[in-house]
Write a new protein. Structure first.
Length: 282
């Protein structure tokens, strides 16, 4: 029992004694003293019981308050531990936030760098597209040139085929003319034998042209000048390539725009080629 409870018991007891003394005094003066005394004792006991109950109730409440106070201390300790943990967590979060900000700054710088690289890449792509467009234009121009060259090759092939046909015809004519020439040479020889040598040769005009077609194996050549240019049978054309002498062609057949001939005996130095220049001038 606590000190407060003991004091209250003593106070109650003193009050009860005083009350009993007063009651005895009163009862001593009255005829029903004993009855009043008994009643006072009973009341005092009842009051004492109530006081004891109140004291027990207060002690119970005091114990409960002490328990709650102890629980409060435990809760306070737990709260302080939780607060410390929260403070540590807050510090860790602050550090993490600082690191995150630093990482964000790095990411921002990296993003700017990537944006710059992307701009450079887009510029390179645009330049590549421009170059591709130019290349496509050049390709189209090249295709046009190739087509033109193919057309030119086809034309030249046709011209070459025509020239070959003309050369074949000229070869046939040349054979005929050779046969005729052989006959004339025979007649000339017989004439010289009978009448003596001729008084002179063919007088040639200055004429220049180019070799259009040739066949060295059958010794026939076609040049680009004919009777319209003053060429006559028996004209001798000196063939040269650049500054080099190639051969001498003797004309045996003349057409309006071209003529054909064969190599003058003993004059051929190298194979005649189409495009070689030829002239009657020495």
């Amino acid at each position: 029992m606590s000190l407060f409870a003991k004091i209250m018991v003593i106070v109650n007891f003193i009050l009860a004694v005083a009350f009993l003394a007063a009651a005895g005094t009163l009862l001593g003066a009255s005829e029903d003293y004993k009855a009043k005394y008994d009643k006072a004792i009973a009341d005092a006991k009842e009051e004492s019981t109530k006081l004891n109950d109140q004291i027990s109730l207060r002690e119970t409440k005091l114990k409960e308050a002490s328990t709650r106070f102890a629980d409060s201390d435990k809760g306070k300790a737990a709260a302080e531990a939780l607060l410390k943990e929260l403070q540590n967590s807050n510090t860790a979060l602050a550090n993490a936030n600082t690191q995150t900000r630093a990482d964000l700054d790095k990411l921002s710088d990296a993003q700017k760098d990537l944006q710059g690289k992307l701009a450079d890449q887009n510029k390179m792509i645009e330049e590549g597209r421009t170059a591709l467009s130019q290349s496509e234009s050049q390709r189209k121009e090249g295709d046009a040139k190739i087509k033109a060259q193919a057309d030119e090759i086809a034309r030249l092939s046709q011209a070459n085929e025509t020239a070959e046909k003309n050369a074949a015809a000229a070869a046939a004519d040349s054979k005929t003319l050779r046969d005729q020439l052989d006959e004339k040479v025979t007649l000339l020889a017989r004439y010289k034998q009978e009448k003596g040598p001729l008084s002179g040769g063919v007088v040639m005009k200055p004429v220049s042209g180019v070799v259009q077609a040739c066949n060295n194996s059958v010794d026939i050549y076609i040049i680009s000048v004919g009777s319209h240019d003053g060429v006559e049978v028996g004209y001798e054309f000196t063939v040269y390539r650049g500054s080099e002498y190639v051969s001498t062609i003797v004309i045996d057949k003349v057409f309006p725009n071209y003529a054909s001939g064969t190599t003058k005996a003993g004059t051929k130095k190298r194979e005649v080629m189409a495009g070689d220049e030829c002239t009657t001038r020495l």
